[in-house]
Design a protein around this ligand. Structure first.
Ligand code: FES
Ligand code: FES
Length: 156
């Protein structure tokens, strides 16, 4: 199989990986770098389960070809907090029951982080706009809104 080398910053660390031609960023992360926070959902850009930050902007990793990240910065849910030192969004999702099965949660939190990074005081409508591409089948969204707004308040 034809491979090529891709070098980029992943969660603050420089990585270089040999990857086959034609794979997407989601596959690169999960299958070649063992970063499994971003989830395989639709693989068509419809569910947001695979959302990561690319140079600070949320993208569907399933729609980004792996070589596109050469020399750039990728942040996944693993890069924003740890169990010992969670990001306020991760804490808020736990405290406000914003996660049930948790499948959508990594992508949801990444989209929310991108929002709070540019707008620390969002309205409920702005939160809804920010997560419009993230599908949740469990929570009915109210708990997610509450979690994101609580984290915003905490971070201000
Ligand atoms: S898996 Fe990428 S948007 Fe659904
Ligand atoms: S918590 Fe289950 S899909 Fe959102």
């Amino acid at each position: 199989m034809l491979k090529h080398e891709i070098s980029f910053k992943l969660n603050g660390k420089s990585v270089t990986v040999d990857a086959p031609f034609g794979i997407n960023l989601l596959t690169l992360l999960r299958e070649y770098l063992d970063v499994t926070g971003p989830k395989f959902g639709c693989e068509q850009g419809n569910c947001g389960a695979c959302t990561v930050l690319l140079d600070g902007e949320p993208v569907n990793a399933c729609l980004v070809l792996a070589p596109v990240v050469e020399g750039r910065k990728v942040v996944t849910i693993e890069g924003i907090g740890t169990p010992e030192k969670p990001h306020p969004l991760q804490t808020a999702f736990t405290e406000h029951y914003g996660a049930q099965c948790g499948f959508c949660t990594p992508g949801m939190i990444i989209s929310a982080k991108a929002l709070l990074d540019r707008n620390p005081n969002p309205t409920r409508e702005e939160v809804a706009e920010a997560i419009v591409g993230n599908v949740c089948r469990c929570t009915g969204y109210n708990k997610i809104f509450e979690s994101i707004l609580a984290a915003a308040e905490q971070m201000r």
